[in-house]
Design a binder for this molecule. Sequence first.
Ligand code: SF4
Ligand code: SF4
Length: 656
Amino acid sequence: MKFNLRPVTAFHGGVHPPEFKHLSCDSSIVKAPLPRRLVVPLLQSVGNKARLLVSVGDRVLKGQRIGAPDGSISVAAHAPTSGVVTAIAPARLAHPSGLSELAVTIEPDGEDRWIERLPFDWQHAEPRAVREYLRDMGVVGLGGAVFPSHLKLSDKGKVHTLIVNGAECEPYITCDDRLMREHAEGILAGTRIVRHLLGAREVLIGIEDNKPEAAATMRAAIKASDMQAEVVVVPTLYPSGAAKQLINLLTGTAVPSGVRSTDMGLQCFNVGTLYAIWRALEFGEPAISRVVTLTGHVERPGNYEVLIGTPLDELLQLAAVKPGASGYIYGGPMMGFDLSTLDIGLSKAGNCIIVQNQTEFPEKLQEMPCIRCGKCAEACPIELQPMDLYWFARSKRFDKSQQWELFDCIECGACAYVCPSNIRLVDYFRFSKSEIWAEERKRKEADHARQRFEFRQFREEREKREKAERLAARAAQKHEEAATSADPADAERAAKIKAAMERAAAKKAETGQVAAPAQEPQVELDSDKADRIRAAMEKRAAEKAALEAMTPEEKAARDAEKQARIQAAIEKAAAKKAEAAAKAAEPPPPPEPPAPALDPEKAERIRAAMEKRAAEKAALDAMSPEERAAMEAEKQARIQAAKEKAAAKKAGQSEA
Ligand code: SF4
Ligand code: SF4
């Protein structure tokens, strides 16, 4: 602290668990021997897994790419040594989820033969080319987050201060401490590269005060170089190595929730990552190994440079696990997770393996109900309310969890460490996050499916439109040709059709049936039908093309006219309906009044007249035609006599 040129700013909360760094901090980094096999997962970062580039039986060289980056949030995977690919199959990941991912198993040939390695001229290359190179070299954050490093280098000009993270605040872990003590120049060289790529003016190197040798070595290395950088020793308080907390400590700037530190001109890199960047650019070495602390209940705790993919059971043989081991932690005791098996390949996130025993890691006590003591909130470096997040997780109210900034939680475990009810709070928070991500994934899949459907519709519409346009163009061409020339083939075909139709009609008239037409006319008639269909299609296409050729105003006018017609029809139908309804609602007409009863005398006269008429009709019906003619002649004579009599009478009256 007394060497600092600048004061440090305390962050909220934090805890100070027993350090146990003394177990391994004095052991120099030892290169681990080649294992019998290497299981290299293709998923090596927080992004997409790499695309497989090899097959079973392939011979590979050390540093050869076995997986290509898939997308921008992805890095390449490399063979950690030379040998033969013996299997490509899903293998368990060193991850709290315990999920499996595709991994390449390599049987080393013992030669450890490198591919050709060439330095990269990062000083003269385009920043984009440097980033792509680092992506292809598989460089990710080695502090545990495995975030692709090239993505953190894309903010050139925005960053004024580069923070170098050498805090290593988790108990037991000493790999960064040893790296700073043994490779300070390499870390500084990486720092110089990153500073250049980001255009940062200032470099601050944060180291906890429990690593005085590392701080001294880094200061000496800075002094020996021409580099402007400052080592800032910070108090040992977990989690001072978290990016936002270290930024706060070194610069006094609190990065608010939802804001990236680069938006405030600050970018943070772990010392191990800077070292890997330097090795990649200066020596053409991809990230195929890392320093791992093996500690806890072991005979030889220490730090080892280990190839990625080394099975953990083989790795632990180096440290010699003592009898009575009760479990294994991958990572530190605060942020790491329990390993259920050692048949896992080392990942780039694997900075430490702790062998547990009952003394230092007694059985976890049973969880008790939350007593709302608030100690978790006091310890939280992000100033969250862990007890509320716990309740939201238990009641699966994930919307509330998000509202209460669950995703700001860095899973540091400080809250669980102080909880008197032994509630494994971080497990609840991880559960909530995974549920929210699963929901988000589902939503994205649904969105994707909808987009695919919409695109298919769009494509079908487009194809239809293009077809209609083609047909319309063909129809227009045909009309044009017909207008300019008389095609004799057309005339001939029309004559054939006519003749066939006449023959069919004649046969029909002759037999009174539809005759089965001869083969040739059938063909012609079919082709006639096809022509009619084609013509109809062409007409439809022409209409459609005409419609599409309309200006928006014309279309609007046409639509308005159509709407008016529809409206009128609707109104007419409505009026008709209303009329029918009104009619239905009218009271029924009164019943016909009963016919007045006839007086008996009149009824008798009518009946007699009817009987007389019926008798006359029957007599008339019984007459022969001659009798009827005679009767008719007599009747006519009578009528004539009556007329003459009437005329004579009239004449006499006139004379008088
Ligand atoms: S520390 Fe534990 S018991 Fe106390 S409020 Fe937080 S969750 Fe509840
Ligand atoms: S685990 Fe999350 S909630 Fe708990 S102290 Fe750490 S940041 Fe806060």
